[in-house]
Design a protein around this ligand. Structure first.
Ligand code: PGA
Length: 248
């Protein structure tokens, strides 16, 4: 179950993807976000930078910000060239890890099985996974959205364990980086559907083309927070989203 102190908070997650190009730029954005979100009281800020920038950003990490990674492998250590383990991330200061993002599913062939292994590995290491689920535009047009979401939820299987560390993010694939978003009524319907399926045991975020103008509509429709891509690299805009959802 969501524990009480968590339930009272909203989550605002930044997914920087493969940006920015240098540590110098990353630190500038990070410190600006830290300064501008300092006054948020009921919104927890989580920044997910590329792996390389995680250790330097943990130095002097402000208490109102947590770090997450955008991916991880499932094994603790060993002969897995090019991978980063959840235990390494935890030791480096990460508390969260985004898993099952649609870009990982699309460009790196991540299947439900792979995602499940990663979820288990992350939980075992003590990381809180932020599991992304969402339908493609074709699935949406064919009226299969709920079926796809139910499948993605079921195949994570861990929901049955009611693990209070898991965070869910509904990210319709057609809304990511496109400037398009579901209309509020549709988003609300999906939020209710997912909460019903999960017994409302996890935090539920919305992600996909979130900005400071549309942010409040998702909170009003029952989402507990937001997963922000493009707009999270603009410290001013990202902090503005924080202000909007905190009062939403
Ligand atoms: P976007 O990305 O906000 O740029 O659409 C969201 C995401 O990929 O998590």
């Amino acid at each position: 179950m969501k524990n009480r102190s968590q339930k009272e908070k909203r989550l605002l997650v930044a997914n920087w993807k493969m940006n920015p190009i240098s540590l110098d730029q990353a630190e500038k954005i990070f410190h600006k976000i830290a300064k501008k979100t300092k006054s948020l009281r009921s919104t927890k800020v989580i920044i997910c930078p590329p792996f390389l920038f995680i250790p330097p950003l943990t130095r002097g990490l402000p208490t109102h910000i947590s770090l997450g990674s955008q991916n991880c492998f499932w094994e603790k250590e060993g002969a897995y060239t090019g991978e980063v383990s959840p235990v390494m991330l935890k030791k480096a200061g990460c508390r969260y890890v985004i898993l099952g993002h649609s870009e990982r599913r699309k460009y790196f062939g991540e299947t439900e099985e792979i995602i499940k292994e990663k979820l288990q590995g992350a939980l075992k290491a003590g990381l809180a996974p932020i599991l992304c689920i969402g339908e493609t535009i074709e699935q949406r047009k064919e009226g299969k959205t709920q079926r796809v979401l139910a499948f993605q939820l079921r195949s994570s299987a861990l929901l049955n364990a009611q693990n209070n560390k898991l965070v869910l993010a509904y990210e319709p694939r057609w809304a990511i980086g496109t400037g398009e978003t579901p209309d509020p009524a549709q988003a609300g319907q999906i939020a209710r559907f997912i909460k019903e399926k999960t017994g409302d045991t996890t935090f539920l975020l919305y992600g996909g083309s979130v900005d400071s103008k549309n942010a409040v509509s998702f909170i009003e429709q029952g989402f507990d927070g937001l997963l922000v891509g493009g707009a999270s690299l603009d410290a001013e805009e990202f902090a503005k989203i924080g202000g909007v959802i905190e009062n939403g």
